[in-house]
Design a protein around this ligand. Structure first.
Ligand code: IPM
Ligand code: MG
Length: 346
């Protein structure tokens, strides 16, 4: 099976390298092809998502992605910025369902920003919609009647978009603890009112799932106060972006959270939820575990290799139990040493 490796910018290449080392130990069924993406692709080829990179992503059975984002590129026109690469891949490949599991490894209870007895309760999946919302609405800069500069971004969801992500939310809850919390801002936004109405309509098809609704501001607060109450959260693109970063710190470190972005055929792009971290790039300080765990999700969801996925996840837990700690986890191990620790555990 062909894996597209898109390491990208900043710490992306370092963490993807470690994930490939781990994959090579658990399976010989994969072949790899790499392509530039993000700021690296802009610098080499003049576009953050070159046609050949997009073509590779389409041909591959799954995509392992590092990160995009490069301060050198912040002043470029928006369509040339590194972030457009990941947004373009999500849209072009119709990867609308983003699964972001947040679970605390017990060994990391001290690394959480929360008290250990609160943090150890965390075991949730955030199901984030990825193809719509304010991310993809009409946007621009204009001048108001009184001559002021004005930026605008239109937020919208149609009911079909809500239905297909809500279905993933309900099904994810069915396969786990049976609880789904739909997060919106229906007290203020029409987009959210439609979201809530559609989720309620769909709940009739999932009588075995206990559905609740929460405003996003309250959810941000509850994630810190009592994160153990959540099983599955389903939410829109922008709210999911913010809440998943927050959940990651509650679960120890942003360096630990993997993600899967799936289309309706289980084809997927797998990436750590952290970004390119340009401040530590190239120094061996990045934690590769989120990418290694993303590789495990790839084996499970897109490649039909669940036993190999289990082996990787168990090896990560064992490495942590054995004391493997990168700087984000309060330790001093390098990116490669963290990879070594997982390999040793395998
Ligand atoms: C994420 C990132 C992206 C997003 C950026 C890099 C465009 O923050 O995957 O969470 O906002 O979706
Ligand atoms: Mg984000």
């Amino acid at each position: 099976m062909l894996i597209a490796l898109l390491p990208g910018d900043g710490i992306g290449p370092e963490v993807v390298e470690q994930a490939v080392r781990v994959l090579n130990v658990v399976t010989d069924k994969l072949t790899y092809e790499s392509a530039p993406v993000g700021g690296a692709a802009y610098k080499a080829q003049g576009h953050p998502l070159p046609a050949a990179t997009l073509d590779l992503a389409k041909r591959a059975d799954a995509i392992l992605f590092g990160a995009v984002g490069d301060p050198d590129c912040d002043k470029l026109e928006r369509h040339l910025r590194p972030e457009q690469a990941i947004l373009g891949l999500r849209k072009e490949l119709a990867l609308f369902a983003n699964l972001r599991p947040a679970k605390l490894f017990p060994e990391l209870a001290d690394a959480s920003a929360l008290r250990p007895e609160v943090a150890t309760q965390i075991d949730m999946v955030i199901v984030r919609e990825l193809n719509g919302d304010v991310y993809f609405g009409e946007k621009g800069m204009r001048t108001t009647a009184s001559g002021l500069r004005e930026g605008y971004d239109i937020m919208s969801y149609d009911e079909a978009e809500v239905r297909r992500i809500a279905r993933v939310g309900f099904e994810t809850a069915q396969a786990r603890g049976g609880k789904l919390c739909s997060v919106d801002k229906a007290n203020v936004l029409e987009t959210s009112q439609l979201w809530r109405d559609v989720v309620i309509e769909m709940s009739a098809d999932f009588p075995d799932v206990e559905l609740s609704h929460m405003y996003v501001d309250n959810c941000a607060m509850q994630l810190v106060r009592n994160p153990g109450q959540f099983d599955v959260i389903v939410t829109g693109n922008l709210f999911g972006d913010i809440l998943s970063d927050q959940a990651s710190m509650c679960a120890g470190s942003i360096g630990m959270l993997p993600s899967a972005s799936l289309d309706d055929q289980q084809k997927g792009l797998y990436e750590p939820i952290h970004g390119s971290a340009p401040d530590i790039a190239g120094q061996g300080k990045a934690n590769p575990l989120a990418t290694i765990l993303s590789a495990a999700m790839m084996l499970r969801y897109s490649l039909g290799l669940p036993d190999e996925a289990d082996r990787i996840e168990a090896a990560v837990a064992k490495a942590l139990a054995g004391g493997a700690r990168s700087p984000d986890l309060g330790g001093t191990m390098t990116t490669a040493q963290m990879g070594d620790a997982v390999l040793a555990a395998l």
